[in-house]
Design a protein around this ligand. Structure first.
Ligand code: UDP
Length: 238
C-alpha cells in the first residue's frame, strides 16, 4: 500500500462544517462522518493536529452580537470553539481515537491549557491534538489559529476543510464559467484577489512557507485522498 504524503498535518475544521444541514449547532451524523475520516488518517500513522472553529455556535461579528463590545463577543466565539472541541474529542473517543484538547484561554477545570512542548509530545505519541479557543486573542479567527499552530507544530501543510471542493477562479454559485484550481501559488492567489483564508492567516502561512490544501469536508474519501497526496482540492504553494 502507498504511504501517506505527510507525516504531520494541521487540519482546520470550521464550526459550520459540524452543522451539516442544520441551521446551527452540532449535527450528530455529520460529526460522526468527520471523525471517521479523522480516524482513517490517524490509523495511517499521520500525526494530526486539529484547529476547530466556532461559527456554528457563535460568531463575534454576527447579528446576535451587534451592539456588543467586539472583544467580549470574540471571547464568546472562542468559548464556542471549546464546546466544539469537546464534542469532537468525545466523538473521537467513541471510535477509538485518543485525542487531547488544549485551550488557548485558561479553563483548566474543563480542558488543559495549550503548552507547546506538551502538544508536540502528544503528536509524537500518536494522539490527535485539538486546539481550542483559537489564538486566545480577540480580533483574530480560527484560520489564523490554524496558521499559527501549524507553524508552531512544524506541520508540513494546513488542510482547510470547507464546504466547497477547492479554490475557484470565481464564485461557482454565481459564475458558471468558474474553474477549480488544482494548484495555485500564494502570489497568484493574491494577484487574483482569491480568498483562501483570512488575510492574517494567509500572510502567516506565506511567510512560514506553509502550504495550504483546500478541500471538501462533505465529499466522501476526500480527506484521505489529500493525505495520500492524490489530486483533490486546491494546493496553495509557495
Ligand atoms: N475568535 C477570536 N479569536 C481567535 C479565534 C476565534 O476572537 O483567535 C472568535 C471570533 O469571534 C470568531 C469566533 O471566535 O468569529 C469563531 O471562530 P471562527 O469564525 O474562526 O470559526 P469558524 O468560521 O471556523 O467556524
Amino acid at each position: 500500500m502507498s504511504k501517506p504524503a505527510y507525516k504531520r498535518v494541521l487540519l482546520k475544521l470550521s464550526g459550520e462544517a459540524l452543522m451539516g444541514d442544520d441551521p446551527y449547532g452540532i449535527n450528530r451524523g455529520t460529526i460522526e462522518r468527520m471523525v471517521a475520516d479523522v480516524a482513517e488518517v490517524a490509523k495511517a500513522g499521520v500525526e494530526l493536529a486539529v484547529v476547530i472553529g466556532g461559527g456554528n455556535i457563535f460568531r463575534g461579528v454576527a447579528p446576535g452580537a451587534q451592539g456588543m463590545d467586539r472583544a467580549t463577543a470574540d471571547y464568546m466565539g472562542m468559548l464556542a470553539t471549546v464546546m466544539n472541541a469537546l464534542a469532537l474529542a468525545d466523538a473521537m473517543r467513541h471510535v477509538g481515537v485518543v485525542a487531547r484538547v488544549m485551550s488557548a484561554i485558561g479553563i483548566e477545570q474543563v480542558v488543559e491549557p495549550y503548552v507547546r512542548p506538551k502538544a508536540l509530545q502528544y503528536l509524537e505519541e500518536g494522539k490527535v491534538v485539538i486546539f481550542a479557543a483559537g489564538t486566545g486573542n480577540p480580533f483574530f479567527t480560527t484560520d489564523t489559529a490554524a496558521a499559527l499552530r501549524g507553524s508552531e507544530m512544524s506541520a508540513e501543510i494546513v488542510l482547510k476543510a470547507t464546504k466547497v471542493d477547492g479554490v475557484y477562479s470565481a464564485d461557482p454559485k454565481k459564475d458558471p464559467d468558474a474553474t477549480l484550481y488544482h494548484t495555485i501559488s500564494f502570489d497568484e492567489a493574491i494577484a487574483q484577489h482569491l480568498q483562501v483564508m483570512d488575510a492574517t492567516a494567509f500572510a502567516l502561512c506565506r511567510d512560514q512557507k506553509l502550504p495550504i490544501k483546500v478541500f471538501s469536508i462533505t465529499k466522501p474519501g476526500a480527506m484521505m485522498r489529500v493525505i495520500m497526496g492524490e489530486e483533490e482540492g486546491t494546493l496553495v504553494h509557495v
